[in-house]
Design a protein around this ligand. Sequence first.
Ligand SMILES: [Zn+2]
Length: 312
Amino acid sequence: MSVNQNDKNSSRERTDRVRRLKKLILILAAVIIVIPIILCVILFCKFQSLEDQIHQLQESKVVKEEQERKESAKVTSQPSLSSNLLQVHGDGSETERQDYEKDTRRKVYLTFDDGPSANTAEILDILKEYHVKATFFVVGKTDQASIDNYRRIVKEGHTLGMHSYSHKYNEIYASKQAYIDDLTKLKDYLYEVTGVTPRYVRFPGGSSNQVSNVDMRELIDYLDENDIIYFDWNISSGDTDASKVGVNRIVNNCMKKLEDFSDEAMILLHDANDKGTTVEALPIMIEQIQDMDDTVLLPISEDTIPIRHVRK
Ligand SMILES: [Zn+2]
């Protein structure tokens, strides 16, 4: 073999080695970059789901506490018709008030907290199928699907109520100003996307929640001063009692308690990604309610007498 040939061979081997080395460096770089990204995504998803679970646990805790409180006190959260009509509906006409008062049918309000979610469209489809109008106390979400859902809620004649923009208890209940800032952000945002300024509110955890650092009466004063009406509930579906509550349990929770309220029943349900059984329970409940005598399903309106846990 000539010297020239040997040089060529060794130069080819060098080139091959360099190429292999380059490939190795590229693979290493890819591994070093991709693995942390995948880990970050996994951690982020876990964080989100943990945060959701914390919110749900907080809500179910306050709902349970409220029920225990009511059961032990054996009192109803239903205020008297006449006093509340005068208190809350100062701007409604006298005739309308009398009409509402004369209407002796049981008025049932289906209220959904925490949406929009991946289930909102299906909930709206079911409501449409049964010709039922409901109330949605929503949170702030900026993705297109959520924007479409806010708009659909309004367009299809349901009541768009406010829950909280961030729905983070530790933030919104840190101070009166923090609550006002959060609510104002949600109100402005909903106006921006739907053209409607919501007037109704449900406090996260209800007005009787035990997590607020602020005296709830201070927040209620703020709402009163700004002509915003808050609503709690007198029937809890219990759909946040566990991560997955059975369909029958949700239906039974609601239907059993419905008998206790002959004038107004406000049912607390949740519109959240993991609340599939609430969606499944919905048509069953609607059919049973529609079969009840002298009972009507309504969205919250100016005429609705607020069901309240904390009253001034
Ligand atoms: Zn909530």
